[in-house]
Every structure is written in structure tokens, then in C-alpha cells.
Design a protein around this ligand. Sequence first.
Ligand code: COA
Length: 317
Amino acid sequence: MSPSRTAVLSDVWKDGIFDNKVVFCTGGAGSICSVQVRALVLLGANAAIVGRNPEKTRQVATDIAKSRDGAKVIGIGGVDVRNLESITAAATKCAEELGGIDFVIAGAAGNFVAPISRLSANGFKSVIDIDLIGSYNTFKATVPYLLISAAKHGSKNSTGSLLGTGGRIVFISATFHYAGTPFQAHVGAGKAGVDALSSSIAIEYGPMGIISNVIAPGPIADTEGMRRLAAEDGEKTARHGVPLGRWGRKKEIADATVYLFSDAGDFVNGTIQVVDGAAWRLGALATASLEYPGILETYLEGSPDLTPLPARPKSRI
Ligand code: COA
């Protein structure tokens, strides 16, 4: 069932603020990104959502399009962000069908829980390829359109302009790498790179009117990420791991996105917007209801690279 408007965004935003704007979103059929796109569409935007699964991507696009009369939302399936040609073709299709690209959400991500001792080089690389290289590819594929949009609507001339905003990108990152999180070495490393990439874009492209920011969601209820990462009763025990005593809502990530793309965010560039109820300050372990160090023993038992090393020869001195 499609979510209600109140499940998608707060009622502080004005209808029509994104009229005639086009959003391009990778991972757009996913649990968080689809809500971000739906919020922008409700406020006037048209959108292209991009994903690997053609059927799922098409279905979610059709559903989001129903949220506002006259909305155009296209689903571009069969796209892998690891492949620059694939994502470039998707960006071209979006621009041809919807007239350009004003906002980008780089949301495609890969995750699984694995200790380093059970993580093959290819497993590590797969997540780096999706999260970090995929984010880079997304920017490379869309930057020609973002530059056009920034020139028309960018931060330099948006204040007081009827044209509104444009030329903005938001990367979806995470908080795993702030304190370090077990079994997330691959994702933490990838997301740390995403944060660095966004900062460099902000500096190199700011003079051309492009605005680049990161949103780092904490534990968000009813998402694929938390289904993969947290213990089954994690949400019930959230009061121990999140200062605000609960998991976040998808609409809270959508609200942050609206803020960053709206004229309220005109001077906000190169930042990381953490939306996690201050959970990371207590450590991701608490959030996911993991007991340390007991959890290590459970995961590491029988790990191939943890067989004891041969005894070292005694020093002759
Ligand atoms: N533990 C350890 N290694 C794992 C693993 C797990 N749970 N799941 C996958 N891998 C390893 C595989 O063994 C493989 O390495 P190998 O060739 O050395 O065996 C490597 O990761 C790639 O796996 P593969 O299934 O071929 O990759 P893929 O490209 O089809 O899928 C993933 C990429 C692995 C990231 C997959 O989890 C995925 O597609 N995720 C997308 C959705 C998602 O994660 N959403 C969450 C967002 S928070």
C-alpha cells in the first residue's frame, strides 16, 4: 500500500517548491530512497528512479507517480552503478524524457554483515564498488546536467529568484565509520570514501554553483538496512542505544533531503547531515543491540584466518 503524505514528509514544507524540477535517484526503489523521491514529487518534482531490478524499479516508479496529479516518474531498471556506461545511459534517458536533472540522490548501496575474517577480497570490493565507485559514477554521469541546472537555478542566483534551486546532489552515507563498527568494515570504508568524495565535489564545483552534501541516516525503522543489520528485537530496545529513545522514520530522511534541496539550504554545502537521534555518539553496537565483545565470539567462531599463528622462534638475545 502506498504511504500517506504524513508518512512521507512533515507538514512544514510548501506545495510546489519543486515544481518543474527533475530528481534522479539511484537505489530509488529502496526503502529509504523511494520515500525521499516521493516527498520531492509531492512537492512538485518529476523523477527518474534507477535500480538493478527492472520490475521492482518500474513498479515503485508507477506507485510514486500516483502521489501527485500530473507527476511524471520513470523507472529505469537494469542499471548497475558499478558500470559508468550503464549509469550514464540512465542519466541521458532521464534528461531526454524529463528535460534535465536538477537534483541527484546517490542512494544505491550494498550491505551484508560479515567479520573481516570471513570477508573475501571480492566481498570487500563488491561493496566498495557499489557504495563508493557507484557514487563517483553517479556524479560523473549526472554532472553535465547538474552544471546546466546550477547555471539556471544555482545558489548564486536562487535567492529571490522565481526559478528556485538546482544543481544539487545528496549522497546517502552512514555513521558506521565514525566510531568503527564490527562486521561493517567494507561498508564503513566505502561510506568514509563517499563522505570524502562529497567534500571534494563541494570545493571543486561550488564555484560553478553545484551544492554537494551527505545525509547519514542512523537506525531507521522498517528498512532493508535494519532488517539486515539489527537484532530482531532491536527496535524494542532502542531506548538503550539511541538518546532519543527510538529508531528514526523514513520521513525524517526525506525531510532532511527537502531541506538540502530547497532554498533553505542555499548556503549549506560540503556538510554531513547526520539524522540518527545522536545514536552514533553511543556507538553503533548499542543501536543494533549487540553485546561486545561476546558478539565477536559468535561471529568469529571457526573463521578461516583466525587459526593460531605458529609459535615465533625465541629471540637469541
Ligand atoms: N558474507 C560474506 N561475504 C558475502 C556475503 C556475506 N553475507 N554476501 C556476499 N558476499 C560476498 C560473496 O561471497 C562474493 O565474494 P566471493 O566471490 O569471494 O565469494 C562477493 O560478496 C560478491 O557477491 P555477489 O553475490 O556476487 O555480489 P553481487 O554483486 O550480486 O551483490 C552484494 C552485491 C553482495 C552487496 C549484495 O548483498 C547486494 O546486491 N546488495 C544490494 C542490496 C543491499 O545490500 N541493500 C542494503 C542497503 S543498506
